[in-house]
Design a protein around this ligand. Structure first.
Ligand code: ATP
Length: 427
């Protein structure tokens, strides 16, 4: 089994993820989410927002603009230091990341008998330039390379408009853009992607920072485990001092054991007072009138990388079926409703009625084609946790069968108990 190939093919075939602008040959590093992919991504984001914002009284959310005054990026250090090392093949001028030996070796093979020489590494800025306005010279700006700066520049606005006091967090989900030199591994390294981030502001205090850092490190790992990712496929990796981002005092990645190696999909960073300091923002304690620059602990996850790793982790092949064992909270459809036979009007009408009731609260699939076994398998492959079948007994006693994706066991449940049954299962 080639897990990466199987998941990529399933993603395309069933409408999770398509290559971006495919009918024009695609564009490296850009992907489109299909009808099921958008549900998976929305479920990840919704769950994250619930757990990080709604369930906490010390966190508020914002949604900042993608394009900001370029001064923001000068101050944050991104125009000078947000770089990757790049080398160029002296034969065909193809550019790749200098630190990616795998890609370099692959490229060398394409020149078969010739010996490939690489240029000295050069720093390559990852910020994507855009030009604004209609008259020349147009104003140069950037698509944000990380969503974080939108939080820092609104630090004072949030305090003034909410009266929130330190310690507190600001959460945000949104698109970021990086001019990656070598996009690849499906959506893992894209040029357009989504981040979900929390910036947690606190008093500058080493002991306290260690505690807060440790807290979020644990919380974020637990979040993925609670959403079903196998523990053995997750690990922490502390950054060495020389690999930390320009703003980080210390940093840990949460990594996933992917078919292409252990890879980061969330970073926990202690950014100290780097950003607020560079933007010349201070905090005035409303009780003591003391003034200082707060420190920040950040949790920065990628929605697309999470979606990819959830899919890889959930993919299972059994004798006669493929099952996507996604956590029910993440599954695109929570349920599927089937009339046992497609040519019996009473069954169809009853099934439609039940589909309508369930659709008030959940995204529910409908399938009336072919034999019931095939319909189950089609739902297993996209991760639908429960299939509800309406048969002749349903017409008599208002009960249905509910079939579980993972165990394939069926239970008879009365229609009026269905919502409660599902809520209990969802937990
Ligand atoms: P990498 O070392 O893989 O380039 P990074 O350390 O630059 O990642 P961060 O700047 O810490 O990544 O970004 C936070 C999160 O944003 C990452 O953990 C990842 O989930 C996501 N992310 C970053 N770059 C990309 C990308 N090119 N494509 C998809 N997601 C990304």
């Amino acid at each position: 089994m080639d897990l990466m190939a199987d998941v990529t093919s399933l993603a395309k075939r069933r409408g999770f993820i398509y290559p971006g602008s495919e009918i024009y040959g695609g564009l490296a590093g850009f992907w489109d989410y299909g009808p099921l992919g958008v549900e998976l991504k929305n479920n990840i984001k919704r769950q994250w927002w619930k757990d990080m914002v709604y369930d906490r009284d010390d966190v508020v959310g914002i949604d900042a603009a993608i394009i900001m005054n370029p001064e923001v990026w000068k101050a944050s250090g991104h125009l000078d230091a947000f770089t990757d090392p790049l080398v160029e093949c002296k034969i065909c001028h193809q550019r790749v990341r200098a630190d990616n030996e795998e890609i370099k070796k692959e490229h060398e093979k394409t020149h078969e008998d010739k010996k490939v020489e690489w240029t000295e590494p050069k720093s390559f800025n990852l910020m994507t330039e855009v030009f604004l306005g209609v008259t020349e010279p147009k104003q140069k700006a950037y698509l944000r390379g990380e969503i974080t700066q939108g939080v820092f520049v609104n630090f004072q606005n949030v305090i003034d408009s909410t009266r929130i006091k330190l310690p507190f967090g600001i959460a945000q989900i949104g698109k970021a853009f990086r001019n990656e030199i070598t996009p690849g591994n499906f959506t893992f390294r894209s040029r357009e992607f989504e981040q979900m981030e929390l910036e947690y502001f606190m008093r500058p205090d080493d002991k306290e920072a260690e505690k807060v850092f440790g807290f979020w490190k644990k919380e974020r790992m637990a979040w993925y485990v609670n959403l079903g990712v196998k523990k053995e496929n997750l690990r922490y990796r502390d950054h060495d001092p020389d690999e930390r981002a320009h703003y980080a005092r210390f940093a840990t990645d949460i990594e996933y054991n992917s078919p292409f190696g252990w890879k980061e999909f969330e970073g926990i960073h202690h950014r100290g007072d780097w950003d607020l300091g560079r933007h010349k923002l201070i905090y005035k304690d409303p009780d003591t009138n003391e003034e200082y620059t707060p420190w920040v602990i950040e949790t920065s996850g990628g929605v697309d990388r999470a979606a990819l790793f959830f899919l890889l982790d959930a993919y299972n092949e059994e004798k006669s079926r493929v099952i996507l064992k996604l956590h029910p909270k993440l599954a695109p459809f929570k349920l599927a409703v089937f009339p046992l036979l497609a040519n019996k009007e009473e069954l169809i009408n009853k099934a439609r009625e039940i589909h309508q009731i369930l659709s008030r609260n959940y995204f529910v699939a409908w399938d009336s084609r072919g034999n019931i076994g095939k319909r189950y398998f089609a739902q297993d492959e996209i991760g639908t946790p429960w299939c509800v079948t309406i048969d002749f007994q349903s017409l008599e006693d208002d009960t249905v069968t509910v079939r579980d994706r993972d165990t394939t066991k069926q239970e008879r449940v009365s229609v009026d108990k269905l919502p409660e049954y599902i809520e209990n299962k969802l937990g």
